[in-house]
Design a binder for this molecule. Structure first.
Ligand SMILES: Cc1cc2nc3c(=O)[nH]c(=O)nc-3n(C[C@H](O)[C@H](O)[C@H](O)COP(=O)(O)O)c2cc1C
Length: 269
């Protein structure tokens, strides 16, 4: 069922392998309405972090941290910094996922080692990739418990104030947040379609030539139908993608990411 919802009509793969974990993955949807009155289960944060730490990590460096924010004032501050998205403040738990080279730096310093490797873009990429893998494990764990999640990339609109709000040391950066809470059910929490596999999947080598316009058109139609169904008007995908990437202004402050990362103590050589 969720496979059919995941793709435009006729674009779902004919057959996939089934397993409860795969079925759960196919049911993912971002949740933006939370029942703020319903308390979260005891031990939730520790459970999510155990799931997160179980993700693979480059060279076992584990160069990420996560900050569990429950204080309503701090949540409201972070929501304001993240483009004023109200539901962020309504979620009882907000996780800030951090690319964290500060721990490696500190452990090196304690051994009298400068760790010049940390000053390269590669080290930032390692930290960002590992943090994303960890976060996704936590999201899957939360969803398995029936909770809803929404990643908050808008946290990067203001990297330095975010770092200040959660007291990050130099060499640490809040990559994205994650709002977590009990979902308010309704049509708004439907499974959102994705591009056909024929567009994203290549075999052996990258397929040359133009992107399959007919496949994208089918996806546009599916997204239009989806957005109508969830009460967001009629929004095809292509115009939204084009607007989101149109120019520096469309990046909502994230056009100065290199400067922000430099200010936060990353080398990026
Ligand atoms: C790194 C990342 C950052 C995101 N940032 C935001 C955000 O700031 N606000 C928001 O409402 N959704 C955000 N999202 C959620 C995406 O909009 C969502 O995943 C996408 O539209 C697909 O919908 P789905 O997750 O319901 O399948 C983010 C997702 C990711 C992976």
């Amino acid at each position: 069922m969720s496979l059919q919802q995941r793709y435009a009509a006729g674009d779902a793969p004919a057959a996939i392998l089934h397993h409860p974990v795969i079925d759960a993955l196919l049911q993912h949807r971002s949740i933006r309405r939370f029942d703020s009155a319903r308390p979260l289960p005891e031990g939730l944060v520790e459970t999510l972090v155990a799931a997160a730490q179980s993700a693979a990590t480059s060279s076992n460096l584990q160069s990420w941290s996560v900050i569990a924010v429950t204080d309503p004032d701090r949540r409201a501050r972070l929501a304001a910094l993240a483009g004023g998205q109200g539901f962020v403040a309504e979620a009882p738990l907000f996780l800030v996922w951090v690319a964290d080279l500060s721990r490696n730096r500190a452990l090196g310093a304690a051994q009298g080692r400068a760790l010049a490797g940390l000053d390269y873009l590669e080290s930032f990429m390692v930290a960002a990739i590992d943090a994303a893998l960890a976060a996704q494990n936590a999201a899957i764990a939360a969803e398995a418990l029936g909770l809803g999640t929404c990643y908050i990339g808008a946290l990067r609109n203001h990297p330095e104030p975010v770092a200040q709000a959660v007291n990050l040391p130099p060499g640490a950066m809040g990559l994205f947040g994650m709002a977590i809470g009990w979902p308010v059910p309704g049509p708004h929490s439907a499974v959102k379609p994705r591009l056909p596999q024929s567009v994203v999947l290549h075999h052996e080598t990258y397929r040359a030539g133009p992107v399959d316009a007919a496949a994208v058109a089918r996806y546009d139609a599916a997204m239009e139908e989806f957005s109508r169904r969830v009460g967001q008007g009629s929004q095809p995908w292509l115009p939204r993608m084009l607007a989101r990437l149109a120019d520096a202004a469309a990046l909502s402050g994230r056009d100065r990411m290199r400067a922000a990362l430099t200010a936060l103590g990353f080398g990026l050589k």
